[in-house]
Design a binder for this molecule. Structure first.
Ligand code: ADP
Ligand code: MG
Length: 483
């Protein structure tokens, strides 16, 4: 199959440039099917597996359609988890970077007042979990009048988590004249039955679960007793010696337990589950993405939909009781054409869950015998060497984008009637500057933050110390928090 390039869609230069920086050259299949239709404002119901690139499939056409001048949110993205909300917000920021698109993430556990302030300022795209979004709608802090696009991401997960009623409630609040796109890895009946918009008939897009779902992942299984599980786990890690590994457990208590024991054995593991503080969860994902540690112990709630590139090994310490969960968990490895490795542990009484998974994925999972102790002892040397060495820190795509960005802080904002256009006007006229060098502008009551791109921050800082805006000489400093 000959793949088109992104250049073949009619996308603006700003968006194409951002895709270039992100190293998105060839659209994935779901993007190839969704982007043209979304650009034509069709309603879509899209079934595609995890890791197929669904976020960009909707984020690219939405960024393309955003009217920068409009201050109220134009697109609303609903996600089942907080982590995904944060990640999708970041994806919008990256894809919309050169269009200076502002996305806000709103989710339970995050201070409401901060979100309220953020939503009051220019926000093009709001990304949030259903409960918190509904809160904002009820309190009138999320204006809906300009919403022209609704995305329901991971709809099947919303259903599992019991959010579907809230999603339907939100749908009823939105302007009818809007585009709706629903994305899901699976299509249970309750999702098909959702009434998205009475006036419009959605186009169904079904990206076939081609062999790539599983063919690029090596699936195997150990049958073991509960007592032997932990030792087997350590044997697996020693034998496989992965650069990055997620170990899934069924509950947060079990996550804590495995984490504690691996910690004692100097694995430097980190954990991720719903019982943790929000900031700790987000920070754990960030650091895992960067490769700052190798072992992440997680529950499904925390790990679903989280996009971490290139995980070498997924271990199901507890076999999932639902076949779909198996697909999502193992979909964390073997992404983007790399070879993945998924190893599951099951007790003899869990045999029926294994059969259900096999029926669902359509092929048997290869059963393995335990390792010879002598082999494990031999492999231990290399394992110890790696575990003692500092992991190699990966450059994130966002790091690349963030490189060369300096955020400047001006001591005036809305109260003195400053607008983004005032800043763009003056900054783009500075010597050596053009509008393309200006990133996101955030105007608050008494302060304004402006991102200067392409390494031009220091020069602009210097020039603005003796250049007026709206006839006023503002105090300008480098902002401390880059994000
Ligand atoms: P899904 O939502 O379908 O699970 P994501 O949207 O999280 O998948 O994308 C999976 C990964 O693929 C992400 O790391 C994303 O940055 C990357 N990606 C998406 N589209 C492309 C593309 N066209 N080229 C290269 N990488 C891509
Ligand atoms: Mg996704």
């Amino acid at each position: 199959m000959i793949h088109k390039k992104f250049g073949s869609f009619s996308l603006s230069d700003e968006i194409q440039k951002a895709l270039g920086v992100l190293d998105y050259e060839i659209p994935t299949e779901v993007q190839e099917r969704v982007i043209p239709m979304a650009l034509e404002k069709k309603d879509l119901i899209v079934k595609a597996k995890t890791g197929s690139g669904k976020t960009a499939a909707y984020a690219i056409p939405i960024c393309e359609a955003v009217d920068w001048l409009e201050n109220k949110p134009q697109a609303l993205i609903l996600t089942p988890t907080r982590e995904l909300a944060v990640q999708v917000k970041e994806d919008f920021t990256h894809i919309g970077r050169f269009k200076r698109i502002k996305a806000a993430a709103i989710y339970g556990g995050h201070p409401f007042a901060i979100e309220k302030t953020e939503l009051k300022q220019k926000t093009h795209v709001a990304v949030g979990t259903p409960g918190r979004v509904m809160d904002h709608i009820r309190k009138g802090t999320l204006p809906l009048s300009k919403i022209s696009c609704l995305v329901i991401d991971e709809a099947d997960r919303m259903l599992d988590m019991g959010f579907i009623d809230q999603v339907e409630e939100i749908i009823k609040e939105l302007p009818e004249d809007r585009v709706t796109m629903l994305f899901s890895a699976t299509m249970p009946q309750a999702i098909k039955d959702l009434s998205l918009n009475d006036r419009r008939v959605p186009v169904q897009i079904d990206i076939q679960e081609d062999s790539s779902v599983t063919a690029d992942i090596d699936h195997s299984l150990f049958i073991t007793s509960e007592e032997d599980k932990f030792e087997l786990l350590t044997d697996i890690t020693i034998m496989e010696n992965p650069d990055s590994c997620i170990i899934f457990c069924s509950t947060k208590d079990r996550v804590d337990l495995v984490w504690e024991r691996l910690k004692q054995m100097n694995y430097h593991p980190q954990k991720l589950h719903g019982g943790m503080e929000q900031t700790d969860r987000i920070s754990a994902i960030r650091r895992f993405k960067r490769g700052q540690f190798r072992y992440l112990i997680a529950t499904d709630v925390a790990a679903r939909g989280i996009d971490v590139d290139d995980i070498s090994l997924v271990i199901n310490y507890d076999i999932p009781l639902e076949a779909e969960t198996y697909v999502h968990r193992t979909g964390r490895t073997g992404r983007a054409g790399r070879k993945g490795n998924a190893i599951s542990l099951a007790t003899p009484s869990q045999d029926r869950f294994v059969r259900q998974i096999e029926a669902f994925i359509g092929f048997p999972i290869k059963e393995r015998a335990g390792y010879e102790k002598s082999c494990v002892a031999q492999a231990r040397l290399n394992f110890d060497k790696k575990i003692k060495a500092a992991p190699e820190i990966k450059q994130l795509k966002s790091d690349q984008l963030n490189k060369g960005i300096m955020k400047l802080r001006f001591n005036a904002g809305k109260k003195k009637k400053f607008r983004a256009t005032n800043f763009v006007g003056v900054l783009s006229n500075l010597e050596g500057m053009s509008a393309e060098d200006i990133g996101i502008i955030t105007i608050q009551d008494t302060l304004t933050y402006v991102e200067i791109l392409n390494g031009k921050g220091s020069k602009v800082l210097e020039m603005m110390s003796h250049t007026t805006i709206n006839g006023k000489q503002l105090k300008v400093t480098k902002a401390l928090d880059k994000y």
